[in-house]
Design a protein around this ligand. Structure first.
Ligand code: AMP
Ligand code: MG
Length: 440
């Protein structure tokens, strides 16, 4: 089904003019698409990759699990001590009078279980992680004991039976799911897999993403800058954003505003990649051939999204030579390109790579300045988040917010996200922010 039609089915309340695969000129239609609707439409259309591979744990950070990791063992494998102290029979403890026990002349170390018996009235020195001797269920930490020769005395009520003992399988029982499929693997996950004795995990192959910039005026750093030309910055911002996502990148460089060159580059991207991220060439002033060409190559929706910056945005599926690739055509303005990447492409690329989407971690921070905002569009303002003296987060907008002012994006450490319905914000009011550290 065409993306546009699929979207129209999903969002009957939205003017499909804005989402048509190719209207006569969909961008000039009056109505704009809500950011949320655009995001949901993208997710409804996507089909994640399914190819899997096995990788060693050492190379699995940031990869996406293709199958549940099931524990082959109980973790921990034995009841063991959570403290350095004395292991004892919990039944010997008293709430009213001191408990006095006779310590055996040996110590139980981690990795060296004690084979003997500990009788009533006795206890045994034990170290953290050591297997609990048979029949013992409690460990008294060394700092709660009074030791006098072989006599160990424990004050009343300092400890209950069963304390400071880790039970076999309490972390994870054999056969239990340790990590679910779709998990983007983090450091602790690798440690958990290792604690199960696993050397490898099954992951999706990395997503391959082609990237190029379009525009006759663009030059690559290192080239001379003729009058009227500018350096291509988007490819470098987006390269960085893609590198942080852990995808394989196919950098196709700069493509002039020329239909033949554009078609050739797209064909190569479709042949070699799962997704294509482009910048420039989708705004109103751009030659219609972009839209004509993309529409000819697949099912592409050109949206005018109710957001600032970054209104023009195209999404779809391109086909060529029996292969297909997902297109994310971002606006050319440097700030708009990165903001639309974060607003739409980032999460979509994670999902395409097989990851179960996690809600983005956001922060509430007090706006230091009043913010002008009209309801009816989502606004992303560049801000610097810091901690106030009272411990709360605060955010200062980084001056001029023009869509081309890249320096203010570089100075910022967060985006202030003002919701579609929201109006102006008074100084001191809380706003939602996306920390750049959380976006990567
Ligand atoms: P466009 O979306 O192609 O109409 O471009 C909008 C604005 O962004 C124009 O001023 C372009 O020169 C600028 N622009 C487009 N692509 C890039 C790029 N890759 N790097 C820097 N600026 C760009
Ligand atoms: Mg252009």
């Amino acid at each position: 089904m065409a993306v546009g039609r699929r979207i129209a089915t999903l969002f009957p309340h939205i003017d499909t003019q804005d989402m048509s695969d190719l209207g006569p000129s969909p961008l000039v239609s009056g109505q704009e698409l809500h950011v949320r609707a655009a995001r949901e439409a993208i997710h409804a259309a996507l089909r994640p990759i399914t190819d899997t591979m096995t990788v060693p744990l050492e190379g699995a950070l940031g990869r996406v699990l293709a199958a549940d990791v099931v524990s082959p063992i109980d973790v921990p494998a034995h009841d063991n001590s959570a403290m350095d102290g004395y292991a004892l029979h919990g039944a010997a403890l008293s709430a009213d009078v001191p408990t006095v026990l006779q310590a055996l002349p040996s110590t139980v170390f981690a990795g060296a279980p004690y084979g003997g018996q500990v009788a009533a009235g006795e206890c045994i020195r034990i170290m953290t992680g050591a297997v609990m001797p048979e029949g013992l269920d409690t460990v008294v930490p060394i700092e709660l004991c009074r030791v006098d020769g072989h006599s160990v005395s424990i004050a009343p009520s300092v400890l209950r039976a069963g304390e400071n003992r880790r039970k076999r399988g309490e972390d994870l029982a054999r056969g239990g799911v340790a990590l679910p499929a779709g998990r983007l693997l983090r450091p602790a996950d690798l440690g958990l897999a290792a604690s199960l004795g696993l050397q490898t995990v099954q992951v999706f192959r990395p997503l391959r993403v082609a990237l190029f910039s379009t525009g006759d005026e663009l030059r690559t750093p290192g080239q001379p800058l003729e009058p009227g030309c500018i350096y291509d910055s988007n490819r470098y911002s987006l390269l960085g954003a893609l590198q942080r996502l852990g995808v394989e990148i196919l950098d196709l460089g700069l493509v002039p505003d020329d239909p033949v060159a554009l078609q050739r580059t797209m064909e190569r991207a479709i042949a070699e990649a799962d997704a294509v991220v482009t910048s420039g060439g989708v705004s109103m002033g751009d030659a219609d051939y972009t839209r004509d060409l993309l529409a000819k190559m697949g099912e592409v929706a050109f949206w005018k999204v109710a957001m600032r910056p970054g209104r023009p945005f195209a999404f779809g599926e391109l086909k060529h030579g029996g292969r297909s690739a997902w297109l994310f055509a971002l606006p050319g303005n440097p700030v708009a390109a990165l903001v639309t990447f974060y607003a739409f492409a980032r999460e979509a690329l994670l999902a395409l790579g097989g990851a179960t989407p996690n809600p983005l971690v956001t922060l509430q921070a007090r706006s230091l300045a009043p913010l002008r905002k009209r309801p009816g569009r989502t606004e992303y303002q560049r801000g610097i988040v810091s901690r106030a003296d009272d411990g709360h987060w605060q955010v200062q907008i980084t001056g001029a917010q023009g869509a081309g002012i890249l320096r203010s994006l570089s100075q910022a450490n967060a985006l202030v996200v003002l919701a579609h319905e929201q109006g102006s914000v008074a100084a001191g009011e809380p706003v939602t922010v996306w920390l750049f550290d959380g976006l990567v």
